[in-house]
Design a protein around this ligand. Structure first.
Ligand SMILES: Cc1cc2nc3c(=O)[nH]c(=O)nc-3n(C[C@H](O)[C@H](O)[C@H](O)COP(=O)(O)O)c2cc1C
Length: 145
């Protein structure tokens, strides 16, 4: 069995894309809460980033478990256009401490994401190097909830 790190991006189908808006925040927090409740049973850890109506999620665990969870996520109509950005075999999960970390999207993150240029978070356009830097920030950054 191998441990994998899978990163995908998707587009939220609810709300106005802004985490500050109460209705949007409620939906996203519900997802985070369910993830934290379920992921210990899945044997999966990771992080979820939300910004400008997009999700970027890192899932780490045994390959079978990650793939089965991915099947569930594909069926969830709270997001669409789920696209896998990375699937890599890893020695150890980097998010081992979190069932689902929910970091804030801060200025450093926006810079790494090139948001000073494009203004909105478009995770589909991340190249490998930016994705590496983003994952490092997700590990370091404080959580929103
Ligand atoms: C962007 C996004 C990320 C999600 N991440 C997870 C996750 O990491 N773990 C999980 O169990 N469910 C996650 N879900 C929810 C699942 O699609 C599904 O609704 C949930 O697992 C069903 O479990 P429940 O019956 O306990 O609510 C996510 C949903 C969305 C839209």
């Amino acid at each position: 069995m191998s441990t994998v790190q899978l990163v995908y991006a998707s587009i939220a189908t609810f709300g106005d894309g802004q985490i500050e808006t109460p209705g949007t925040q409620r939906e996203v927090f519900n997802i985070v809460r369910r993830s934290r409740a379920n992921n210990p049973d899945w044997g999966v850890v990771g992080a979820l980033l939300f910004g400008d109506g997009h999700f970027l999620q890192v899932l780490e665990g045994e390959e079978d478990a990650v793939d089965r969870l991915l099947d569930v996520l594909q069926q969830d109509d709270r997001h669409r256009d789920l696209r896998v950005l990375r699937r890599a075999t890893i020695d150890e999960p980097v998010f081992a401490r979190w069932s689902m970390k929910f970091p804030t999207m801060d200025e450093r993150m926006r810079e790494v994401l090139g948001l000073n240029l494009t203004r909105t978070f478009e995770p589909y356009r991340l190249d490998a190097e930016r994705l590496n830097r983003l994952i490092a920030l997700l590990v370091d950054d404080p959580e929103l909830a």
